[in-house]
Write a protein that binds this ligand. Structure first.
Ligand SMILES: Cc1ncc(COP(=O)(O)O)c(C=O)c1O
Length: 405
């Protein structure tokens, strides 16, 4: 096992079974098999910052869980976080708390588009966007990313001329995923500027999903779109501590909207909606206030995991071409050389390696022949599975015997 990074032991497996974990307890229904290491849905197998657990326990000890105010401290914790991390200054009235990123996207669809309107997706892309568009009678307009081979390394870039054509045909919203799930790109300033300029020319509203913005590998830098946008740009930027601090089950996000009219319209559909509860607010504030050291240690661990996993894949899976992520905990694997259909590809990883990955086809046609691997797990069991085709049995610690950080 590797040395603990800055006193956080990310190598220690923690048994999540029996916690109604979607990722772990959902294995049988998803993969037809209990005996898989689940590497699919994007949550992590690491305990989050100890301060979050302590704050939640302290709050739970008061036995009345009534309607709760999102007090100034909740806003200040996000304002300070975005200032420190991204040098982005926010005002409280530019922040709308929301029940989650996807729920917010559905509200934005209903607020800013009509049935039959086009919504641009840069595919392959996190699947629920497409589902939400169909469910609301809107039309997905596919602006596929371009996969290039640069000096032997696979690399995705945006197809900006095609994006402009989609906008010119009258699409109403562009979904930007920044950094991008599943391909792991951290978009550069020139790419983001070009997207903003196209949006301005065609009055596109941009829904910028930045839920993975704090999971950036040390050699890259995330630029929040709000930092480049003007006040008259129609931009909804969605952020959340859910992915960053491994608390996605608590379900609280924020929409950052600088433009007054866009914000007023969004607010009008959110009035009376329960966006938060005493636990989501408590965890939010504790994480943004006290989570920096934990997050920095996490990214060092994940960087080492990424390097070791990429190396193991090159050594043991010669038919797989992994794309090294710049951000997110996800590795996008080009498995087209197997020549298998998508169902057979998933079965190959389950049956031979006991690994439960997400099939790329879920992310749109552009993902056919690919698989997505979530690397946010103690790395030894995963490395063993890649190397041997049969994972070793690991002694898992009981959650009650864990020191939480
Ligand atoms: C890109 C992206 N957006 C949104 C979500 C879900 O966000 P929420 O749970 O806040 O709806 C996920 C979860 O995996 C995601 O990867």
């Amino acid at each position: 096992m590797g040395a603990p990074v800055l006193n956080f032991d990310f190598d220690q497996p923690l048994d999540r079974t029996g916690t109604h974990s979607l990722k772990w307890d959902g294995c049988l229904s998803r993969f037809g098999n209990h005996d898989v290491l689940p590497l699919w849905v994007a949550d992590m197998d690491f305990p989050g910052p100890l301060q979050v657990t302590e704050a939640l326990i302290a709050r739970a000890k008061h036995p009345i869980y009534g309607y709760t105010i999102a007090h100034q401290g909740v806003y200040d914790s996000l304002i300070n976080w975005t200032q420190d991390q991204f040098d982005l200054s926010l005002q409280r009235d530019q922040i709308l708390l929301a029940p989650g990123v996807l729920a917010s996207f559905r509200m934005a669809l209903q607020t800013f588009t009509a049935p039959g309107d086009g919504v641009i997706l840069q595919t392959p892309l996190y699947a629920p966007f497409q589902l939400a568009i169909h469910a609301n009678g809107r039309v997905p307009v596919e602006n596929s990313l371009v996969l290039e081979n640069i000096d032997g390394h696979l690399h995705y870039r945006m197809n900006l001329p095609h994006l402009e054509q989609c906008a010119a045909l009258g699409a109403k919203i562009l979904v930007l995923c920044s950094p991008h799930n599943p391909v792991g790109r951290v978009w550069q300033q020139d790419e983001l500027q070009a997207v903003l300029e196209i949006a301005r020319r065609y009055q596109l509203l941009i829904f910028s999903d930045e839920i993975h913005a704090d999971l950036i590998y040390p050699e890259f830098r995330h630029i929040p779109l709000a930092q480049l946008a003007r006040e008259d740009d129609r931009l909804i930027m969605a952020v959340s501590p859910g992915k960053t601090f491994n608390q996605p089950g608590l379900g609280l996000a924020a929409l950052i909207i600088m433009n007054d009219e866009t914000r007023a319209r969004m607010l009008s559909v959110m009035t009376d909606m329960t966006t938060h509860n005493p636990f989501s607010l408590t965890a939010w504030e504790a994480a943004y206030r006290h989570g920096t050291t934990w997050r920095n240690a996490l990214m060092l661990y994940l960087r080492d995991s990424r390097e070791q996993i990429l190396h193991a894949i090159h050594q043991h899976w010669p038919l797989v071409r992994p794309i090294s992520p710049q951000g997110t905990v996800l590795i996008w694997l080009d498995c087209r050389a197997y020549g298998l259909d998508d169902r057979a590809l998933q079965a190959l990883f389950v049956e031979t390696y006991h690994l439960g990955l997400s099939p790329g086809i879920q992310f749109g046609h552009a993902g056919s022949g690919f698989m997505r691997l979530n690397l946010a797990t103690p790395r030894q069991r995963l490395l063993a599975a890649i190397a041997t085709g049969k994972p070793r049995q690991f002694q898992q610690a009981s959650p009650h015997s864990q020191t939480l950080c």
